[in-house]
Write a protein of this length. Structure first.
Length: 561
């Protein structure tokens, strides 16, 4: 594999709106990120990915861009971004932006012009079709629920929106549009941005047959993913995008692809000459269980997680790199997805953090993950703000469950859990702001905050810092980036184990995801313990003895076979 500068990435995703407020408006800003660059450098971060900061009406928290060329005033200005880039570079940190190019905001000037003249130049920037028999062009369901088509007032025309009605899809078949997108991207790269996470990239190509399909739900609509996700021919767009932008700047790119990416085209996306440096794959993130199933079968869930993670490593082997992540802005907090509530503590949190940290790939952490921030469950639906939350809530009610049951489901799955303000200290509003924040702070900030952990050698933050230091160390970095991946203990329920080999070095990583002690056979000789979340002797009579939720990284003595 050709070595690239981003292969040793320890990435950190920032949701700017909730990271740090410096101008006392209750909303995080770019200067707030600058204020914490030393903290991130101390942790060992060398790449920051910013969620959308472009100008936006914020119908979907910035994923509805109304001006690609400008920074939204709530976050600051271009000069602030330039300062962030400069100050980050001084600390060895590179900045990535979110790139939302499947759709725009319905308030984007292009779309407003398209509404006024659907047959004109800007009408061709979007996907606008005639209705059929007074109904939508077809019965595709939006990813967020309801029809994927929205009528244009006083016409028989509809525009396509795979997400909310405020996010009309762009027509990537239009070469004039594509050129404008490329020019915009290159403008940010010229400013000093070192790459992008590319949003919803699987959906650029659509099947224009717009076939009606048998409904798969009571709403009369159908999941149209075969017609708008990884459609044959998408590679032409993605390769042109790369050649006209990213490749010219040696930029790091992360494609957001859906979980159904066929394995036979995987190398096209992340291979040595792939469209992207790496991808966010959602297979492991989409392992949803309801609360009753989780209480009854936590180990079965962990075993399914192991199966999915190992399968993806087998697919990508020798072709490219995945992103190793467990949290992001669209997911509830990881420990609450993987661990029963009564078992959540330092040991279970640190074990979860290590699950895929040392697998082949590029590590990405999310703000608050390294201090163990938790879900903030709400008592009423009115306490939420995300449009998808309300869409889901209505869908639950239509299915016949009670309001209380619907709220319970929302509290289990909403992506808003990841968007509560960062908990910096035990001061009012968790040190995020001097005034009431745009979104409620989790009341547990007195116990869970950065300041309480940063100088505590036994804290979760300290444990993440140790893992980062080991992965980046001169002695082991090459092994963890380029070493072979060998699954271990595959038939051991509740155990996620694997070995990394490179040259004469061999390291064994084991996660005991069970709430009780366990013993595992080992034939190799242990040279030393590199990391453990317990301070205990683990070797006895050719067995490894692990405590509940123990995580260990062991160097094996490769001189003894």
């Amino acid at each position: 594999m050709l070595k690239k500068w981003w292969h040793n990435t320890i990435g950190y995703q920032i949701y700017p709106k909730s990271f740090q407020d410096t101008n006392e408006d209750g909303i995080g800003d770019l200067k707030g990120i600058i204020a914490h660059l030393d903290d991130l450098a101390d942790l060992g971060i060398n790449v920051i990915w910013l969620c959308p900061i472009n100008k936006s009406p914020m119908k979907d928290h910035g994923y509805d861009v109304s001006d690609y060329e400008e920074i939204d005033p709530m976050f600051g200005c271009k000069e602030d971004l330039q300062e962030l880039i400069l100050e980050a570079e001084k600390r060895g940190i590179k900045i990535l932006m979110d790139l939302v190019i499947n759709h725009t905001s319905s308030e984007h000037p292009w779309f407003q012009k398209a509404l006024k003249n659907p047959d004109g130049e800007y009408g061709k920037y979007y996907i606008i079709k005639e209705g059929k028999d007074g109904k939508e062009p077809n019965n595709w369901r939006s990813i967020f629920g309801g029809s994927a088509w929205e009528p244009i007032k006083d016409t028989n025309l509809y525009y396509l929106h795979l997400f909310t009605k405020w996010q009309p899809d762009l027509n990537w078949e239009n070469p004039i549009l594509r050129e404008k997108i490329y020019k915009m991207i290159n403008g940010w790269l010229n400013l000093g941005i070192r790459g992008f996470r590319v949003d919803a990239i699987s959906h650029l190509k659509k099947d224009f047959s717009y076939t009606n399909l048998p409904p798969d739900g009571n709403d009369g609509y159908v999941n149209g993913f075969p017609y708008f996700s990884n459609v044959n021919g998408i590679g032409t767009f993605l390769n042109e995008l790369k050649e006209n932008t990213f490749q010219r700047y040696d930029a790091m790119t992360i494609g957001e692809v859906d979980e159904n990416l066929p394995s036979d085209i995987f190398s096209d996306f992340v291979g040595e000459n792939g469209y992207f440096s790496t991808i966010f794959d959602f297979c492991h993130a989409e392992l949803h269980v309801n609360s009753a199933q989780w209480k009854n079968k936590p180990i079965a869930f962990i075993d399914e997680l192991k199966k999915v993670l190992f399968a993806k490593q087998a697919v990508v082997k020798g072709k490219g790199m995945l992103c190793n992540y467990l949290e992001n802005h669209d997911l509830s907090r990881v420990v609450e997805r993987f661990i029963p509530e009564k078992e959540i503590d330092f040991y279970s949190k640190s074990m979860v953090g290590g699950i895929n940290f040392f697998m082949p790939g590029i590590v990405f952490l999310y703000q608050g993950q390294t201090i163990g921030m938790m879900d903030y469950k709400k008592e009423t639906i009115k306490s939420f703000q995300d449009p998808t939350t309300f869409i889901l809530y209505e869908e639950y009610l239509k299915s016949g469950i009670t309001e209380a049951e619907a709220l319970a489901q929302i509290n289990l799955k909403t992506r808003e859990h990841a968007r509560t303000p960062m908990q910096w200290n035990a001061n009012p509003y968790a040190g995020f702001s001097q005034v009431e924040p745009w979104f409620g702070v989790n009341p547990n900030y007195n116990e869970i905050n950065y300041e309480a952990q940063k100088n505590n050698s036994h804290s979760l933050y300290a444990f993440y810092k140790k893992m980062i230091a080991l992965r980046k160390s001169e002695e082991y970095q090459e092994l963890f980036i380029y070493g072979d991946f060998i699954p271990k203990y595959e038939t051991e329920s509740g155990i996620i184990g694997y070995q990394r080999n490179l040259g004469n070095k061999s390291v064994l990583i084991i996660n005991n995801a069970k709430s009780e002690e366990t013993a595992l056979p080992i034939t190799e000789k242990i040279k030393k313990v590199l990391i453990s979340n317990y301070n205990n002797d683990i070797l006895s009579n050719e067995s490894i003895h692990l405590q509940r939720y123990q995580f260990v990284v062991l160097e094996l003595d490769s001189s003894i076979k």
